[in-house]
Design a protein around this ligand. Sequence first.
Ligand code: SAM
Length: 239
Amino acid sequence: MKELIEGAGKLGIELNARQVKKFELYYRELIEWNRKINLTAITDYSSVQVKHFLDSLTITLALPEEGAERPDCSIVDIGTGAGFPGLPLKILFPQPRLVLIESTTKKITFLHRIIRKLELENIEVLNSRAEEVAHLPLYREQFTLVLSRAVASLPTLVELTLPFCQIGGRFVAQKKGELGREIDEAEKAIATLGGKLDQIKKIELDEFNDVRYLVIIDKIYPTPSKYPRRPGVPRRRPM
Ligand code: SAM
């Protein structure tokens, strides 16, 4: 896990031996399960460390000052797939409530398995669509930190994510490449859903040979109850 340890160091994170062991086990399980079900196209040891584990940990750059150790911190990861970015963050911060939402049942089987193997606690795994879960009182506007990586373009993504965010909480989207147009197109949706673009943080790590950003959106007003719209609509007809 040399690349991960070094990269995390550059983010100001010193991984302990227990955490490194968990990442090692995560890698091995991911590769083994990937033979049976399609979890990831990234499979070599070095790339998984950088493109899945380290990339997930870059979220720490978008945390408020008290980080994820605030007692009231709660995290939801929407469209988590094989657990990214939620589970690497859980390895780092074991305390906060973490909810993983994923619509593909096969991936849910892997998530249950890996959570047990890594002995991670205080995690709920929901085999459902974000559009449905977001209307349940147990989850609507309940989270201080909402995450989602590689799920949709920003205008669609904010409709799937901002309803989960508490007022005063934030949504952090991980994005690559040219962003200007995507941000412009999402501007109206962000405001309608109760959000406010706080900042776009560029990730500058030699480990990545591309440009990455964290788009940080604060939740300042409640989301109108009609959002998100029915499953599939946010993608078909972005706001
Ligand atoms: N976040 C993971 C990552 O970065 O490796 C997975 C990314 S994968 C490209 C997108 C995932 O989002 C898929 O596993 C898909 O099933 C899930 N997904 C897409 N739309 C969703 C929705 N509306 N609700 C829940 N999950 C969704």
